[in-house]
Design a protein around this ligand. Structure first.
Ligand code: AMP
Length: 243
């Protein structure tokens, strides 16, 4: 068994009324670990009512539930390396086949290699009649900040909200503002693993920006402003391409 339906949050009824019939299509968030992809994906979910598909979250859910996929991925994730393309692509195919993806979806952490991007283009081409081409948002962040962003990251295990002890602290240290749960740090946000993850990013994921730029799909957004400002820029880029 593979756990696929991990994160799917719904928008408020006012927002869904506003957007319910639009086909938003695929939105891809690119950027180094710690760029704010997860935080921004949640804002896009709230605006358009399409699901966030975080391959990291799905892998962690499979791991927590002890599935075959989770067991195969665990050691690789702990080293900060990338899980093999075939495993991740199969997992994404299963998730995209679910009905809540029909009006669009946000890919957070996928694709992460040129192979994955090529695979995704093949998959999207098959449904080209109904789905518009992906909007690819590249979050540019100051590389010197990335370490602090990752080392300071905490999240709520209950509602998924993401905080940062330096940039976006909760009102009470280590406690979720929304539901009072104790915040947790990710296992792979330790210094040694962060360094490996950044190496994997530079070598395997950075070339994706060129891949999408050459196809005229890349939209670059500065991730260094406040969360709200970054969200506004991203929504502007999506609306520009989709309306
Ligand atoms: P993330 O939560 O996106 O930072 O991902 C955490 C870890 O999951 C990564 O360091 C990889 O080991 C694995 N992972 C997530 N997404 C992918 C992907 N698209 N391809 C390969 N490995 C992935």
């Amino acid at each position: 068994m593979v756990v696929v339906n991990h994160v799917a949050r719904t928008p408020s009824s006012a927002q869904s009324a506003q957007t319910e019939n639009r086909n938003i299509g695929p939105i891809i968030l690119l950027g180094p670990p710690g760029a704010g992809k997860g935080t921004q994906a949640k804002a896009i979910v709230a605006r358009f009512g399409i699901p966030q598909i975080s391959t990291g979250d799905i892998l962690r859910a499979n791991r927590a539930q002890g599935t075959e996929l989770g067991k195969r991925a665990a050691a690789i994730m702990d080293r900060g390396e990338l899980v093999p393309d075939e495993l991740v692509c199969d997992m994404v195919a299963a998730r995209l086949a679910q009905p809540d993806c029909a009006r669009g979806f946000i890919l957070d952490g996928f694709p992460r290699t040129v192979k994955q991007a090529e695979w995704l283009d093949g998959l999207l081409a098959k449904s080209a009649a109904s789905a518009p081409a992906p909007v690819v948002i590249s979050l540019k962040v100051d590389y010197n900040d990335v370490l602090r962003r990752l080392a300071g990251r905490r999240s709520c295990p209950a509602c998924g909200r993401i905080y940062n002890v330096y940039f976006q602290p909760p009102r009470v240290p280590d406690v979720c503002d929304v539901d009072g749960s104790k915040l947790v740090a990710r296992q792979d946000d330790s210094e040694a693993v962060i360094s490996e993850r950044l190496k994997a990013y530079e070598k395997q994921t950075l070339p994706l920006a060129d891949y999408y730029r050459r196809r005229g799909r890349l939209r670059e957004v500065s991730g260094d402003a406040s969360v709200e400002q970054v969200t506004a820029e991203i929504l502007k880029a999506i609306e520009h391409d989709r309306l």
